[in-house]
Structure formats: C-alpha cells, structure tokens
Design a protein around this ligand. Structure first.
Ligand SMILES: Nc1nc2c(ncn2[C@@H]2O[C@H](COP(=O)(O)OP(=O)(O)OP(=O)(O)O)[C@@H](O)[C@H]2O)c(=O)[nH]1
Ligand SMILES: [Zn+2]
Length: 350
C-alpha cells in the first residue's frame, strides 16, 4: 500500500526536509499503549518513545487513528513513534469526568457519512447536531438515509421533501444495505486516498453499509492490507481500512460519545440562513429569544424559519456557550493552581 493510497499529505515533507516518506506512517489501529502504524513498507506494531511520553503536555500529544506520525522502524515489524506530525479535521469529544477536556477520537477525515434509518431513527434535530459537529471540525458531511427497503416510495419522497426543506442543499444518499439500493451511488462518491467515517446512532446500519462497501470481504478476510495483526482487528475498537475501491475508511469512531465541544463556527454554517436573517435584528448582540425587533423571531412567526430548526439552533448554541464557559473556568482553575504551587515553592525556598 503506497503512502499516497493512505492519504499521505506531501506538505509534511516541507516541514521535515531531512526525512523521507518512509519515516512517516498513518495510525491504523489504536490499542492500549500500542498502535499499528502503516506505510509503504508495511504495517508496524508501534509504541511511543519515552521522550514523547515525558514531554506530552496532555493527552492530545498521543496518536489517534488517522494521524500521520513520524516513526523509526526497527526489527521487521516494529516501530517507535516520535511524534504526531499531521492532525487536522478530527473528531473530538468531551472527556468523561474531566470537565471540558477535549479528547481526540480520530483524525484527518475528509467526509463523514451521517446515517439515519428511515424507520424509528429519523430525526432532523440530531442531523443538525452531527452536521454542526462536522462543520466545526472541517469535515464534509453527507447524509445517508438507510433502510429505504422498509418504506414505500411515497413515504420516501415525503421524507426527502422534509429534509430538503430543513437542510437546504445537503448531500443526501438514500440506501438500503439489504437490497443494496443506492449502494452504487454511495460507492461512486468515495474517492481514492480520501478518508471517510460513518456517524450515527446504534442500529441504523453503519456496519451493514460498511460490509457492502467492502463487498462483504472485511470480516471474512481480516484487516485489509498486509498487516501483521491480521484477524485481530475484531478486538480493536477503532481502525482504519483501505476500501477495495481505494477510499480510506475509519471504522467505529464511537459516535455515541461524540459531543458538541467546539467553539468554531459550525453552528453558523449549519444555520447560515438563520444567521443571514439575524443581520437584520435591531440589536447587534440579539439573542433571538425575546428581543423587540428580532428578525429571526419574526421569520419564525412568518414560517420562513421552521420552529424546530429555530429551537434546535438555540439549544445547540446554549450547549456551546456552556462548554465555552467550562473551558474558561478550567483555565482559570489551572492558573490558580499554578499560582498556589509557585507560592508553596517560594515558601520552601525561604
Ligand atoms: N431492512 C433493513 N435492515 C437493515 C439495513 N441495514 C442494516 N439493517 C439491519 O439493522 C440492524 C443494525 O445494523 P448494523 O449494521 O449492526 O447497525 P450499526 O449502525 O452498525 O449499529 P452499531 O454497531 O450498534 O452502531 C441489523 O439487524 C441489520 O441487519 C437496511 O438497509 N434495511
Ligand atoms: Zn434576533
């Protein structure tokens, strides 16, 4: 598997002129304290160097699936990871129990397929949440409406209409992993050397769709590629595979945990049409909740903006604001703690 097929960004070499492509690899599996890293030369069971462990300022210094790392190969199939050299467009979540710490889940993702099933799962609020999360990260969202074999064509048309009305211009693919309807369209959107992942609630059919994309070869043959971990991937929670058609897929990015943690402008991309209207609000700091002369409220009353979209917009905005205030608080606590430590040191040195 060439580095190019694994999505190698050539720009890495600009910053590391004394190295060559083989000094870099992509993290394809993450285990406890161990990684599998792949490049042109093969795949390697890798650990991080002591140096990286000791200089790490927080958990974000450690590799995650999808990262490009600089490594040193030794023996035939082992490597030491020196540093993460390329991580953008990452999925993150808020760490459990540690307020506001952002944890990386997977990185260098070009497109996320956001899957909902037509039967019980269909929910446009959730869809907007996933979209926002993708826009925040710089990941292109594509909506997949799966299990279309379960409903009539008329009902499907209604749903498409509803989606188009609420999520203007969103890329939408209707599929059935069972009847394989729409699967060729899905396959056609997947490009070589680009990285994809599937997001969506449990049971919507993510694994089933992935199996069809792999022509049902994935589980039968073990991990794709010439890994020394063949067959072990079933025990891995998260892994990266190259599809038969050439795209790269990050499996199982743990979407149930994916939250809304970013302070980037995802919301204003998802709700660009609301923010356009908001330019006409009387007050520039309008919260669009109760103000007189609020153009957004007026548009909701005129049914130019759907009530549901408006409520969801406010809800997601509140969540984001809450997150930002916890981050600010944490930073302050961190500073306070640093001051205490300094004071203690000063006392000791007296
Ligand atoms: N009728 C129908 N059933 C489907 C389709 N796709 C998946 N299923 C079924 O839905 C169930 C859940 O599918 P999975 O592929 O395991 O769903 P998932 O999203 O991977 O679920 P998690 O692994 O829990 O996140 C299985 O029983 C599948 O056979 C479809 O297009 N049509
Ligand atoms: Zn307003």
């Amino acid at each position: 598997m060439s580095n190019a097929a694994l999505g190698f960004p050539k720009s890495i070499l600009n910053n590391y002129q004394e190295f060559n492509e083989n000094d870099f690899g992509r993290v394809i599996e993450e285990h406890k304290e161990r990684y599998v890293v792949q490049n042109e030369l093969g795949s390697f069971s890798a650990e991080i160097t002591g140096q990286l462990r000791f200089t790490a300022t927080d958990r974000s210094s450690f590799p995650v699936v999808g990262d490009w790392v600089r490594m040193q190969i030794f023996d035939e199939d082992k490597a030491l990871v020196h540093e993460v050299v390329h991580r953008e467009r990452a999925l993150t979540r808020q760490a459990v129990g540690r307020d506001a710490e952002v944890q990386y889940i997977a990185s260098n993702i070009d497109t996320a397929f956001i899957v909902e099933a037509v039967n019980r799962d269909f929910n446009l609020n959730r869809m907007e949440r996933y979209m926002t999360l993708c826009y925040d990260a710089g990941i292109h969202p594509v909506f997949i409406l799966n299990k279309v074999d379960l409903i009539s064509e008329d009902r499907l048309e209604e749903m498409k209409f509803e989606i188009e009305n609420r999520l203007f211009g969103m890329d939408l693919i209707c599929t059935s992993a069972t009847s394989t309807e729409g699967m060729s369209k899905l396959k056609d959107t997947i490009e070589e050397a680009k990285t994809y992942c599937f997001l969506g609630s449990s049971g919507v059919g993510k694994s089933s769709l992935i199996n069809v994309l792999f022509d049902d070869q994935l589980l039968a043959t073990g991990a794709i590629g010439d890994g020394n971990d063949r067959g072990k991937h079933t025990t891995t929670s998260r892994s990266l595979h190259v599809l038969p058609s050439g795209g790269i897929l990050i499996d199982n990015p743990g979407t149930r945990e994916v939250g809304m943690v970013s302070d980037n402008d995802g919301l204003s991309t998802t709700y660009a049409y609301i923010e356009d209207i908001a330019e006409d609000c009387r007050f520039s700091n309008c919260t669009h909740v109760h103000e007189k002369g609020c153009a957004v409220i007026e548009a909701v009353n005129n049914e130019e903006i759907s009530e549901e979209a408006y409520q969801n917009y406010l809800r997601l905005g509140r969540e984001q604001a809450h997150f930002e205030s916890t981050v600010a608080e944490r930073r302050k606590k961190g500073k306070d703690l640093a001051r205490v430590i300094k004071d203690v040191k000063r006392l000791k040195n007296r």
